[in-house]
Design a protein. Sequence first.
Length: 328
Amino acid sequence: MQPVDARDPETLELGGRSIARGEQKTVRLEFARLPTGTVIDTRVHVFRGPEPGPVLLLQGGLHGDEVGGIEILRRMLRRGLFSVRRGTILVVPILNVFGFIHFSRDVPDGKDINRSFPGTKKGSLASRVAWHYMKQVFVHAHMGIDFHTGGARRDNYPQIRFTTDDPRSFALAEAFAAPFVLPSKPIPKSFRKAALTRGVPIVVYEAGESLRLDEFAVEQGVLGTLRVLEHLQMIEHDDARRATSSVQLNKSRWLRAPRSGLFTACAPNGSYVHAGEPIGVVSTVHGDKSREVRAPKDGFVICVNNFPVVNQGDALVHLGEADPPPTR
């Protein structure tokens, strides 16, 4: 990790406002306007402890339809869980306001902000939002947690993803202690990739499904975040000390539809399956044929496609593999 006070100055400047140590402020940053002229701004809740320490960025709603992360941060703000002893917490509940108000993953021009980083000042709308965010908010961060859900009706069992071969993000993932911990390579032009290029470790919490709130996924997100804050000695909270264990996966694979039709899953999300065990069935709509989908190896079901109508080749179940396999 970087020195914890490397970018934690006596006074933090954000959006033209000064926030001293020990202060809490909410800053509105104007990133763009609607065609009507209505200002689109993003709120950044700043919590500063009296002592220097790490600057942790917590962000949700990078994809506007992924409301689970928004609810995690809203719930933590409402409960007053950011009583910071040392360092600074930057909380951004909704990064992609455009997508949120349109129930969409993307901005109105169809571009994905999370494929537009680090952005450009005079690029597309998605690129401009990414550029402003990097220049105004991200520049302060030492590390961060990016909250996501599954997209396209896919339901992720709570899991934390860290950058492969990055011990700093692995340490954050271990501290978060989600049910599953999974290494993954950052996607080009993603926020995590742009952060890694700048030496800032980011972990991604993936849990639940877009446009739905899953109580288990939300509460796991709250508790995991508290554990990270406790690990960084930023807060003291009894819930953060609860004993928990994660299954560390080393790789994963998508099992895809062998034919088009209707998909029915039969292996519960989060469950352990053996090689050859059926995990779902794809049937024709006329009922004359069906094909079982079986696990090719032992592993854990970490995501299930909840949309029943599938085309051949569609992703059905995400299977995570541990090496060695856990003892049952």
